[in-house]
Structure formats: structure tokens, C-alpha cells
Design a protein around this ligand. Structure first.
Ligand SMILES: NC(=O)c1ccc[n+]([C@@H]2O[C@H](COP(=O)([O-])OP(=O)(O)OC[C@H]3O[C@@H](n4cnc5c(N)ncnc54)[C@H](OP(=O)(O)O)[C@@H]3O)[C@@H](O)[C@H]2O)c1
Length: 220
């Protein structure tokens, strides 16, 4: 991920990072699966070991990782609360969110969300250190707080386990995601499809915080 060349026509990649692309979606759209899908999978299953019947709060559910996390957690039999803006609510409910709530008010001294405490809280928003720590208030004793962005506190007490999630390229997990896509169980949500010639402008928009979800780039 820290090597240049992501928009090259050809790249060398280790075979153990690759899986056959899904056959039921446009090949270009398949590009929207690996990073978001694997991050959600590894957070929920490798880190949190999410089980059926558990409750999970996904903060930032409107984005690319969140879209997969909602679907995968629902398929696992968990009760899913998604934190996202209203424009994503209908899609997230259709994808398995039991409840969709608006953005959390981090100004408050203590966070409250209906349904708390949760077995698992997954943070996908670029929160401040203090706001990330405050999310621990939403976790039950002995539960799990994970973040793909700002590192959570190492030991917030009450036997809460915390971890930063860093995506690993695992071909077996990617193959399972592809299988679910081809079975019609996992939806790849593509926010926009743009020509590669617009790459610089797209990066500018990303840096400005104006992009959410996956933008698929296609050669002219
Ligand atoms: N560590 C890793 O290996 C790894 C891997 C993948 C991604 N990431 C990081 O994880 C984060 C999420 O990735 P992504 O691809 O899903 O990004 P994304 O598609 O840009 O989604 C982020 C979402 O957060 C929502 N959001 C923004 N402020 C919010 C707030 N205060 N409360 C609730 N939601 C809010 C936005 O949607 P709305 O405001 O419209 O609801 C947006 O859809 C990014 O920071 C990314 O860099 C890390």
C-alpha cells in the first residue's frame, strides 16, 4: 500500500495476495472489493471474532469499509447498528443494518447511542485521539474496540480489548469474499466511476475530504 504504481496498467503482485475476480460484476468494479472487503472481514472476524447474537456498532458505516462491514456482520448473525449520515440509511438497512443512527456528537462529554453497550465497536472515521478513546464508553465490559484510523487507547479498562486494524492481503479471505459476491450475498457498492485521466482531480478531492465510498477508475 505504500508503494507507488497503484494506477499503473500492470503491476507485479505476490501470488498469495491474489484471487480470481468475481464473474457476476463488471471487472472494473471488482477493484472496489479487496481493500474494503478485507479490512471489514479482518476487523470483524480476525480481531473481534464476531459471533451470532452479538451486537456491533459500526461508526462510519456509510463508506466503503462500512458497507462491507454491515453486510458481513449481518450475515454472521450479529445485531448491527450503523452510524452514518441519512443519505446512506436506506442502502445500509437493505444491506442488513438493524438500526441506522446519525453521526455521533463527539462534543458531548459522554457518548450515548441507543442499544449500548455493544459487544464490538468498529471505528472507521478519522476521529481525534480523544474521540476515539470516548468510543470505549460504548463498549460492554470485556468487549472489543477496533479502529482502522486513529489508534484506540491501549487499555481503557473494564477488560475492554482494543486494536488498530491494518489490512493484510490474504488470498483465502479474498476468495471467500468473491464467492459471496458471485452468490449474490455481498454487494459491491461503487460510489463513482471516473476515467483515469481525472486521477489528479480525484486525489485532490480525496485529500479535501470530498470523496466517500469507492471511486473506480477506468482507462480512457
Ligand atoms: N488501516 C487499514 O488497513 C485501513 C484499510 C482501509 C481503510 N482504512 C481507513 O478507514 C477509514 C474508512 O475507510 P473507507 O474506505 O470506508 O472510507 P470512506 O469510503 O471515505 O468512508 C468514510 C465514511 O465515514 C463517514 N463519516 C465521516 N465523518 C463521520 C462521522 N463523524 N460520523 C460517522 N461517519 C462519518 C462518511 O460518510 P457520511 O458522512 O456520508 O456518513 C464516509 O462515508 C478511512 O480513514 C481509511 O483511510 C484503513
Amino acid at each position: 500500500m505504500d508503494t507507488s504504481g497503484a494506477a499503473a496498467d500492470y503491476v507485479l503482485a505476490p501470488a498469495n495476495a491474489l484471487a480470481v475476480a468475481p464473474r457476476t460484476v463488471e471487472l472494473a468494479d471488482a477493484a472496489a472489493l479487496p481493500v474494503g472487503g478485507l479490512t471489514a472481514w479482518q476487523a470483524l472476524f480476525d480481531h473481534a471474532e464476531l459471533r451470532a447474537g452479538q451486537t456491533v456498532l459500526i461508526n462510519g458505516a456509510g463508506g466503503a469499509v462500512g458497507g462491507f462491514a454491515v453486510q458481513l456482520a449481518h450475515q454472521q448473525g450479529a445485531h448491527v447498528t450503523a452510524v452514518a449520515s441519512e443519505r446512506h440509511a436506506e442502502r445500509l438497512r437493505a444491506d442488513g443494518a438493524d438500526k441506522v443512527v446519525g453521526h455521533l456528537d463527539h462534543q458531548a462529554s459522554a457518548l450515548t447511542v441507543a442499544g449500548q453497550p455493544f459487544d464490538v465497536v468498529l471505528n472507521l472515521v478519522r476521529t481525534s485521539e480523544a474521540d476515539t478513546a470516548a468510543l470505549a464508553e460504548l463498549v460492554r465490559d470485556g468487549g472489543v474496540l477496533l479502529s482502522t484510523t486513529t489508534a484506540p487507547p491501549e487499555n481503557p479498562g473494564r477488560d475492554i480489548r482494543t486494536a488498530s486494524v491494518f489490512l493484510l492481503s490474504k488470498a483465502d479471505q479474498l476468495a471467500e469474499l468473491v464467492t459471496r459476491v458471485d452468490r449474490g450475498e455481498l454487494r459491491i457498492n461503487v460510489a463513482a466511476r471516473r476515467p483515469l485521466t481525472e486521477l489528479a482531480a480525484i486525489h485532490d478531492a480525496a485529500v479535501a475530504g470530498d470523496l466517500a465510498g469507492k471511486t473506480v477508475l477506468t482507462p480512457a
